[in-house]
Design a protein around this ligand. Structure first.
Ligand code: ADP
Ligand code: MG
Length: 621
């Protein structure tokens, strides 16, 4: 039986199945819902009126975890064990963030440059997914505390430029926190929804969303038509935001009052930083800010502040210019400009953006909350509560096909509107492979063995080609009657094959529910298994490629090199049989390091061969 909660503040009954909207921000995060009484998007607030949870996680030496406001003071007093900006690390390898290492005050592991980053705290290692899940867990707890009802379903927002891996990582973080993530939506799309844009299917508009947060700046140009949001372009700077405005004030004060040598005084440094942020916020509505610092009166006027930060604001305008260029639009094409992120409260920012787009900007919705509010609007649409919105049939569970190692590759995520279609390109694993098996599954688990098989077929007659060369388009099409047609076509040869899967294969609501719950209960092991299978698949591909290369190019290698390679291959073979993802990745990397110079040598030889007038054709093909 489902439980029904009562809101003790209002006395109203609440649905047990409340879907919340979550803005998982780099600096701040928060939860919003559609208020059951007012039907308005509303940020959930604690008794002290705060809706915002700083995206900061602190670990103490006993392994206790604190999140949010309580973790924030440790940024200065215990930086090694205090994680901020975990969102920047989502789906990233060490190589991706190498140039920004100094930015992070905590330890980022670089044992294997290709694999995903981990953060070391004491003798423990955390993935960005786990770190984000701590924040989501805190948000979930807060929401349950305020709503007095279990919260298990959520819509989470991500930047428009997030790639598949980063979106998947965000989903996984939700799963780990015990949340069923119904949908991941773009932050600018959420902001538009919060302003009520896109809710009317006949509306057509081009929107600029200017989002200046704590440490990041994003500009997105969106096109809304027929209730569908299309991202025309994005631009921005992932290391530019409100923190830079604070820093400009700190530098000014340090020069003005010859404050220096703060490095030794952690407490003073923290105090100055807080004072700077306070000054910035104060100056959004006042002409001057004055305070005392270390026994001295310090101050800053709005005029000085604006002259200090103008260059920073100008940098964001360069990004806007580029975004417009990429979208192929003129300023006059933009119908609406939305202000998002706490830092857009600075009047100079509003003024500069308004001048650039040659129109009044929209800032009527609280810029700290607007993204979460929009996520709540989306959640409400998914819950079917928004009666004015046309509710289309949706797929109750994700649909996908089996890929290497028995992994589920989702083509249509659950809750996709029907009719719909999706496609992805695959290729062969072996040389001369003439057939590809397409097995269709339904479910949320990462391994197909835990999902439901809906059907399968084999695409045959692929002409002999080296592995990786054929291009096989697999497409899913669900028509208005709910019939799923899966087809596969090899593009080079044109061979194709398809099957229809009828909706009588459907599951009862209870079965769907059970499958969703399972995916959450097994989140941790599923995520780990997928990582292991992916590492194994990559290792196996590496072995196959190396083997092929060595057979073909044995003549240009010394005996010693051959032995070294063979040993590394053997070590990798052995690693594959073990359950240790990191070991497999390390051994793959080792083999790669050994053979990379050989490949270069083979290339040089082929080229010099060609220069001598020999035909390199049959050597390489
Ligand atoms: P993110 O989306 O990156 O998590 P937010 O949108 O929450 O970040 O923005 C946080 C930033 O907004 C901080 O740098 C904070 O100092 C700044 N901020 C909040 N309120 C104001 C204000 N009234 N004036 C200027 N800056 C503000
Ligand atoms: Mg934000």
């Amino acid at each position: 039986m489902a439980k029904i909660g009562i809101n003790i503040a209002t006395g109203s009954l609440q649905q047990a199945e409340m879907i919340v909207g979550i803005d998982l921000g780099t600096t701040n995060s928060l939860v919003a819902i559609i208020h059951p009484d007012t039907k308005q998007p509303t940020a959930l607030k604690e008794f002290d009126g705060s809706s915002i949870v700083p995206s900061v996680v602190h670990f103490d030496e006993y392994g206790n975890v604190e999140v949010g406001e309580r973790a924030k003071p440790y940024l200065e007093s215990d930086p090694k064990n205090t994680i901020f900006s975990a969102k920047r690390l989502m789906g990233k390898s060490y190589k991706d963030i190498q140039t920004h290492q100094d930015f992070f005050a905590y330890k980022i592991i670089d044992d294997n440059t290709e694999s995903l980053v981990k953060v070391q705290v004491g003798n423990k290692f955390y993935s960005p997914i786990e770190l984000s899940s701590f924040i989501l867990e805190e948000l979930k707890k807060r929401a349950e505390h305020i709503l007095k009802t279990p919260v298990t379903k959520a819509v989470i927002t991500v930047p428009a430029y997030f790639n598949d891996a980063q979106r998947q990582a965000t989903r996984d973080a939700g799963k780990l926190a015990g949340l069923d993530v119904l949908r991941i939506i773009n932050e600018p799309t959420a902001a538009s929804l919060a302003y009520g844009l896109g809710l009317n299917p006949t509306e057509e508009k081009t929107i600029a969303v200017y989002d200046l947060g704590g440490g990041t700046f994003d500009i997105s140009i969106l096109r809304i038509a027929n209730g569908i949001f299309e991202v025309l372009s994005t631009n921005g700077d992932t290391y530019l935001g409100g923190d830079d405005l604070d820093r400009a004030i700190i530098e000014y004060w340090m020069k003005q009052w010859s404050i220096d040598n703060l490095d030794q005084h952690t407490a003073l440094k923290q105090q100055l930083r807080l004072a700077a942020e306070k000054a910035k916020i104060h100056l959004s509505n006042n002409a001057i800010f004055e305070t005392e610092f270390a026994g001295e009166k310090i101050s800053i006027t709005k005029e000085v502040f604006e002259s200090l930060v103008q260059p920073i604001v100008d940098r964001t305008m360069d990004c806007c210019r580029n975004a417009m260029k990429d979208a192929g639009l003129q300023v006059s094409n933009i119908n609406t400009v939305l202000m998002v992120g706490g830092s857009t409260r600075v009047p100079l920012v509003k003024k500069t953006v308004g001048a650039f787009f040659n129109q009044e900007v929209n800032d009527s919705v609280n810029p700290d909350e607007v993204v979460a509010l929009g996520a709540a609007v989306q959640a409400d649409i998914l819950a079917g509560n928004n009666q004015s919105m046309l509710l289309l049939d949706i797929t109750p569970l994700s649909l996908g096909i089996e890929t290497m190692g028995g992994l589920m590759d989702v083509l249509l995520p659950r809750n996709a509107k029907i009719p719909t279609k999706a496609g992805r390109q695959y290729t062969t694993q072996k040389d001369g492979q003439s057939g590809i098996q397409i097995a269709v599954y339904q479910g949320e688990r990462d391994l197909v063995k835990d999902n439901r098989k809906l059907g399968e077929f084999t695409l045959t007659g692929i002409p002999a080609m080296p592995a990786g060369l054929p291009k096989v388009d697999v497409s899913f099409l669900i028509n208005a009657d709910g019939i799923l047609q899966v087809s596969a076509k090899e593009l080079r040869s044109g061979v194709s094959q398809s099957i229809d899967i009828k909706p009588q294969y459907g599951l009862t609501d209870e079965e769907v529910e059970q499958r969703l719950m399972d995916s959450i209960t097994h989140a941790k092991e599923d995520i780990a298994t997928r990582a292991l299978v992916e590492a194994r698949t990559e290792a196996e591909q590496m072995l196959a490629v190396t083997e092929k290369f060595l057979t073909k190019n044995a003549s240009i290698l010394t005996k010693e090199e051959l032995t070294t390679s063979a040993n590394a291959m053997q070590a990798l073979q052995l690693a594959i049989t073990m359950e240790d993802k990191n070991l497999i990745q390390a051994k793959t990397e080792e083999l790669n390091d050994i053979t990379r110079p050989f490949a270069e040598r083979a290339m040089d030889q082929a080229i010099s061969g060609a220069l001598r007038g020999k035909d390199i054709q049959d050597k390489n093909f």
